[in-house]
Design a protein around this ligand. Structure first.
Ligand SMILES: Cc1cc2nc3c(=O)[nH]c(=O)nc-3n(C[C@H](O)[C@H](O)[C@H](O)COP(=O)(O)OP(=O)(O)OC[C@H]3O[C@@H](n4cnc5c(N)ncnc54)[C@H](O)[C@@H]3O)c2cc1C
Length: 269
């Protein structure tokens, strides 16, 4: 049960609190996750609010878009200057109440298999700005963060600007409009003349962590996009899917192929 609520004024204070309060302490972003019933059963003792610590700013600096970790999914959706595909990924988050609460920092840290924006951030090679327990700044790719200990305070997400010859698309499958996504797909494609020169294919939901389909990416590069059926079969072959109470591995593989082919066709056409 939560017995302590802390409102630090700085990142230093937040990290010191986290270190001194120990295992039962969590950073609190928007609280959409931590305030939910499931989280309350997890034995969390202290919440450390990031409301006065992290920025909500959204800036274009040099070749990057820098989004403060406290920006909510709805604020990103409403930032007109951002690429349309980012808006579309944010709109996939199930409803406006969650979008109003959920911060981009919390979204990455929570890293749910059904995360709606995370696959796109990976497909766009976004990096995280983190502060470690000693306040040392760290820049980390999202896959490295997810594969590691997931420690530290996320302060910003940096997205490289789109190259002129590149485009991205997202696609999601959910069993009903009020369900969490079963699969979320994001693709990025750069083209030279009509051929694919570089691609990224990321699928969230077949297993616990988002997967990049590197072999499919490699086989697309250097030629025009193959027919949908061929893409679907390459994806089904490479994706590692699990069965659980929501869907079988076979269904996930099938839908992963359908969604990737749809997204690639949209962006490459
Ligand atoms: C009913 C419901 C529906 C949902 N639907 C969707 C959906 O459709 N799509 C989707 O993607 N997600 C969905 N979610 C999940 C939720 O929106 C995400 O987990 C959310 O993005 C978390 O953001 P937050 O700021 O609210 O995080 P919090 O709840 O505040 O925290 C989540 C986790 O992140 C950590 N954390 C937060 N901020 C930081 C930081 N800056 N640095 C390091 N760690 C941090 C916390 O300690 C905690 O472990 C849903 C959740 C609920 C309850």
């Amino acid at each position: 049960m939560v017995s302590g609520f802390h409102i630090p004024e700085s990142a230093r204070e937040a990290l010191e609190l986290k270190a001194s309060l120990g295992e039962g302490a969590r950073f609190l972003g928007g609280g959409s996750e931590l305030n939910s019933q499931t989280s309350q059963e997890e034995g969390i003792e202290d919440l450390i609010s990031l409301a006065r610590v992290n920025s909500k700013s959204i800036e274009f600096r040099g070749e990057e878009i820098i989004i403060g970790a406290a920006a909510t999914i709805q604020e990103i959706l409403e930032a007109e200057e951002l690429p349309e595909v980012l808006h579309r990924a944010c709109l996939q988050v199930e409803n406006r109440s969650i979008r109003n609460q959920a911060t981009i920092g919390g979204h990455v840290a929570a890293a749910h298999p059904y995360a709606s924006v995370l696959p796109l951030l990976i497909a766009l090679d976004a990096k995280l700005d983190l502060l470690d327990a000693d306040l040392a700044p760290i820049s980390l790719g999202i896959p490295e963060y997810l594969d590691g200990a997931r420690e530290g305070l996320i302060t910003a997400v940096r997205i490289p600007s789109f190259p002129a010859d590149g485009g991205a698309a997202v696609a999601q499958y959910r069993r009903s409009t009020i369900d969490l996504a079963l699969l979320s797909v994001a693709v990025f494609v750069a083209k030279k003349d009509a051929a694919v020169s570089r691609s990224r294919i990321v699928i969230g939901g077949p297993g616990p962590l988002p997967q990049r389909l590197i072999r499919v990416e490699e086989s697309l590069e250097g030629s025009t996009l193959p027919p949908r059926e061929q893409i679907e079969s390459m994806v089904r072959e490479q994706v590692r899917a699990e069965t659980d109470s929501r869907a079988t591995a076979e269904f996930r593989k099938h839908m992963a192929g359908v969604l990737v082919a749809k997204a690639l066709t949209e962006v490459a056409s």
